[in-house]
Design a protein around this ligand. Structure first.
Ligand code: ZN
Length: 423
């Protein structure tokens, strides 16, 4: 299997099977309900873990929770820890409701402080970092390959975190001195303070996966400065760090098409409540993970219709697929995890067993779950069939309305009927 890599700007082969695939996908900064866009790296990471595991790899996925960060201190001055705890619970509930399970480990920055301090000490000892007024900065000039991930020339890197005490405007903070309105702080050799964002991920990734691991994922918006800085920090200690940098495209909003009554659905929670988990997953399945994807009422309605089309396959008799059906599906996923390609192959199938097996890779085997209508619905549908047979259309329409009001839809065909849940 091969994957697009941001660092080499090429397709990179994974190690031969069976082998280890250790993955680190940057998780959310917890200060608000997760945006639908925050769900994409989670979904892509969980699906890759699922596919690689089924392909014979020994996979570990780490997805961190950034619970110490400028954004949280700004959102809740004096009460960041409380907000971070609440927003972590929201995130776990919302991604949990996608029905994909959870990553193997979800470390929190606030629980990794001793390891972060130890890592910064090593950087200072090698002169790759220096203290300045209670802060500690990474010395960008000491990093030979700085800029290689984001494609910036080292002498043209944008300034990060302006501070006149820095040796070089490009330097970024590893440790920040405690400020009066911040409710959390830890002791360190440089005084009380807290870590910067980038160092948290270098440390949590290496703690759980080692100094070298196969895949580092996250949104395309994290390439600079976040991932450029993670790479520089770890390489400064001579650690190889990630082999493949897998950045997912962002979720774009074409909000003008959203109806006023629904408002602009922007959080994962709202999307799940409005469309259901299956439509949300089919929506993500329909876009290649590297590319941007448009979220709107129109694209979500299309995803919901595709999900219904897949359910329809299970309402009709099963027909065996062609002998090469599974290998075509496999080829699509092994070639840069092309889920739209795999979905197109799946849409051709009428083979219930094969389709269930493929849908299960993406947590969508529920689309094939049997939909047994309650006995009273079947009885109403029987009475409606009799009414139609005697051409009593008023009664048959009344019964259809009664069935619909109870949440079911009656479909006629070949003198018989099928009851399907209304969505
Ligand atoms: Zn990160």
């Amino acid at each position: 299997m091969r994957l697009s890599d941001t660092l080499t700007r090429s397709l990179v082969e994974l190690p031969a099977k069976p082998g280890l695939v250790r993955m680190y996908f940057c998780g959310p900064t917890v200060y608000a309900r997760a945006h639908i866009g925050n769900a994409r790296p989670f979904v892509v990471g969980m699906w890759m873990r699922s596919w690689l595991g089924r392909s014979g790899y020994d996979v570990t996925l780490v997805h961190n929770i950034t619970d110490v960060n400028d954004k949280i201190y700004e959102a809740a001055p004096g009460a960041s820890a409380e907000l971070a705890e609440r927003a972590t619970a929201w995130y776990l509930t919302d991604v949990g409701d996608l029905g994909l399970g959870l990553p193997d480990a979800m470390p929190k920055a606030s629980e990794s402080i001793p390891q972060i301090v130890a890592f910064i000490k090593q950087l200072v000892a090698r002169d790759a970092a220096y203290p300045a007024g209670g802060d500690v900065y990474f010395r960008v000039a000491s990093s030979a390959g700085y800029g290689c991930l984001s494609g910036q020339r080292p002498d043209e890197v944008e300034e990060q975190e302006p501070n006149p005490l820095k040796d070089d405007p490009r330097d970024f903070a590893l440790w920040k001195a405690h400020k009066p309105d911040e409710d959390t702080a830890w002791e360190s050799p440089w005084g009380r303070g807290r870590p910067g964002w980038h160092i948290e991920c270098s440390v949590m990734a290496e703690e759980l996966l080692g100094e070298s691991f196969e895949i580092h994922g996250g949104g395309l918006d994290l390439v600079f400065p976040h991932h450029e800085n993670e790479l520089a920090q770890s390489r400064a200690l001579g650690h190889p760090f990630a082999h493949i940098w897998a950045h997912n495209g962002l979720v774009r909003f074409t909000g003008e098409k959203m109806s006023k009554s629904l408002g602009n659905v922007t959080t994962l929670r709202e999307a799940l409540d409005e469309w259901g988990r299956e439509a949300v997953l089919v929506f993500f399945l329909g876009g290649h993970w590297r590319k941007p994807i448009d979220f709107s009422e129109v694209t979500m309605a299309q995803a919901a219709a595709q999900a219904e089309g897949l359910r329809d396959v299970f309402r009709a008799p099963s027909h065996p697929a062609a002998p090469d059906a599974w290998s075509r599906f496999e080829r699509a996923l092994d070639d840069d995890f092309n889920t739209p390609g795999a979905l197109a192959v799946m849409h051709e199938w009428r083979d219930h067993e094969l389709l269930t097996r493929a849908l299960a890779v993406f947590g969508l085997d529920s689309l094939g779950a049997s939909e047994q209508a309650p006995a009273e619905m079947v009885e109403l549908a029987e009475r409606r069939r009799e009414a139609r047979a005697r051409r009593d259309f008023e009664e048959s329409d009344r019964l259809r309305a009664e069935i619909e009001a109870a949440g079911w839809e009656v479909r006629d065909g070949g003198g018989d009927f099928t009851l399907v849940p209304r969505r």
